[in-house]
Design a protein around this ligand. Structure first.
Ligand code: SAM
Length: 294
């Protein structure tokens, strides 16, 4: 299976500031931790279950899973396209390594129809290659969505479908508390390289307009909020340690990281009003669109 994504690029670019401008902060960050990320796998799977319930797959599609992480969704997509192929691409060598290990456990036919590569999905330059582009919880890490989505349009075959899901919970208690904490001393000085303002994922209306201007058709963009019961605010910290906290933690000196995580937990306990069970509300943005058939 061919693809034209660059391989082996270092993880070096992440947006931590406002999404209004889609501009990236540039700094080095440690690689992802697949085990930590999958600790809340049951909850993280819920948006994907919604997508799969609505995504028609006839069986012979070539599918791209952009920002595939540990690859479970890539494999499920290949399973559903029983005569097709699925390519999973991710910038993180640790994620792709985990995906390759899972792939090695698959039965022959399915294994042969799944490919994983390290690559940057922001610079995808395939032409008319995929019947389906699927991207779950990855695009929010990338700036310049108009340009990137233009590339993804070109990578679709005419009539091909794109489905994207991104977290859009920037004003939820845990995210707002993190921004507040990072703006206060002593953390502000230690995190001076990071813009900790709200990461505004643009609203559905903005994507609807942008995708129309780029040339997509059959556009459907909407929010859905998931409700995740957690045993404590400390569990919410664990959730974010795998994702949104990573740029903050990796920017801190190692001997201050535990203190930062403790302060964050205490702040969450105050914000939620408990150190016991909480419902963690998580708003997500879903984007569906098609490349016109002609
Ligand atoms: C939150 S994880 C989601 C993984 C997977 N899609 C899932 O649903 O479990 C985000 C993934 O996006 C990847 N990612 C971020 N920026 C990327 C880029 N420019 N190119 C490729 N992958 C990227 C990260 O390495 C990470 O594995």
């Amino acid at each position: 299976m061919s693809d034209s994504l660059g391989a082996g690029k270092r993880l070096e670019r992440h947006t931590v500031g406002t999404y209004a401008a889609f501009e990236a902060e540039i700094f080095e960050m440690s690689d992802w931790e697949p085990e930590l990320y999958n600790r809340f796998g049951r909850y993280r799977a819920e948006p994907v279950e919604q997508i799969l319930a609505r995504l028609p797959i006839s069986g012979d599609e070539r599918i791209a899973d952009l920002g595939c992480g540990t690859g479970e969704h890539t494999i499920e997509l290949a399973r559903r396209a029983s005569r097709g192929e699925a390519l999973g691409v991710d910038l993180s060598p640790a994620m792709i390594d985990a995906a390759q290990k899972t792939k090695a456990t698959l039965a022959g036919d399915l294994r042969d129809r799944v490919v994983f590569r390290v690559g940057d999905i922001a610079t995808l330059d395939s032409e008319r290659e995929y019947a389906i582009i699927f991207s779950n919880a990855a695009l929010q890490w990338i700036p310049k969505h108009r340009e990137v989505l233009g590339r993804w349009l070109r990578a679709l075959v005419p009539g091909g479908r794109m489905v994207i899901q991104m977290p859009a919970n920037d004003r939820e208690t845990a995210k707002a508390a993190l921004s507040d904490l990072a703006r206060e001393e002593p953390w502000r000085a230690l995190l001076s390289g990071i813009d900790a303002s709200f990461r505004e994922v643009p609203p559905p209306a903005r994507y609807r307009q942008m995708l129309g201007e780029i040339g997509f058709s059959e556009i459907d963009c909407y929010y859905h909020t998931f409700h995740h019961p957690m045993q404590s605010p400390a569990e919410v910290v664990e959730w974010y340690r795998a994702t949104g906290l990573r740029p903050f933690v990796s920017a801190l000196p190692e001997d201050r990281r535990t203190a930062f995580l403790d302060s964050y937990r205490q702040r969450l306990e105050r914000a939620y009003g408990t150190s016991g069970a909480v419902v963690f509300d998580f708003k997500r943005l879903f984007i569906w669109a098609r490349r016109p058939a002609v």
